[in-house]
Ligand binder design. Sequence first.
Ligand code: NAD
Length: 359
Amino acid sequence: MDVLTYMGDWGHEQIMMCSDPAVGLKAVIAIHDTTLGPACGGLRIWPYENEEDAVRDVLRLSRAMTYKSAAADLALGGGKGVIIADPHTQKTEAMVRSYGRFVETLGGRYITTTDVGSTGRDLEYVRLETAHVVGLPTTAGGSGDTSVMTGLGIYMGMRACARQIWDSDSLAGKKIAIQGFGKVAFNLAHHLLKEDAQLVVTDIYPEALDRARDMGIKVVEPEKIYDSACEIFSPCALGGILNADTIPRLNCRIVAGGANNQLAGDADGEELHRRGILYAPDYIINAGGIINASAEIGTPYNLDRAREKTERIYETMGRVVHISKEEEVPTSQAADRLVEQRLGSVRSVKSLYRPAGPI
Ligand code: NAD
């Protein structure tokens, strides 16, 4: 892989390879864009087959964070860290602390948090080495579990979509099919049930289905979820599930869920648009987690501020639909345009003239 060419093509600023053989650390940190503020994004700990896979993943994920934070109106850029290791068998305190020391060398250009394979406990170890970390457990003075705010944000985004389709943002009586009933979906369901939406869910994990049944929610087999007659389909499990096989099976007017990278490719966003299905771009409506974690930066964490900012996803989703209609593009492209407009406008702000010498 020609890393510098890739970085040039996709707008990345910096990549750092980190090695500490004494503790088995092999890590890569990527900073995509710091136009809006310090790069922020989670630490993924994953047993990549080779270094190139890790580099490719960290570059892709760091760019996605630039878009997510910019769309959420945060003063943050995009970054990501990966450690090449199996989180279940190879992760140690020493390894995670070593990663924290590398984050510290970046002097605040990159702020780390959790992602697949890393936990709040790991962040407590990272915090021993650097202050540039958010998403700590509440017991450690942090903002805690991100999925609570992620669930709220998806709910707000769903309501904004409902308003576009039915001229009312009420979800009362709406049939909503949820794929995956983990942390995010559980928190989303809590809001939907309060509004008397009719839910059907699926999961591959029996305990998750038991939890849904205990809440009085109907459950179906994993493969049946695509064919469920519903008004809203909500992917809250995996990426890549909106593709040429699944889209023709959907019976809904809206797709709005929390999973990252739901579209298998750009053409799938176009296909949903062509079929008249309103797609809520994943990084627009699942930003509650990063909004929550970012509320730790600068000032002590404040739950009300995080909630108020997360609720603004309603307006952001409305702006995406507006761009989509005005420019006659799918919402997936409209979201990218929204972000690129914001980045472009901040980049073009000229620095003010400052006289030389002491002010
Ligand atoms: P989770 O692990 O708690 O829940 C995911 C659930 O999906 C699990 O119960 C799992 O069994 C189920 N699942 C996996 N494959 C499935 C399949 N083929 N069919 C049906 N169910 C399946 O994770 P989560 O924190 O709830 O995150 C859900 C999604 O939202 C992920 O894609 C995640 O990247 C994304 N996301 C999460 C947050 C957050 O704050 N947690 C923020 C942004 C995006």
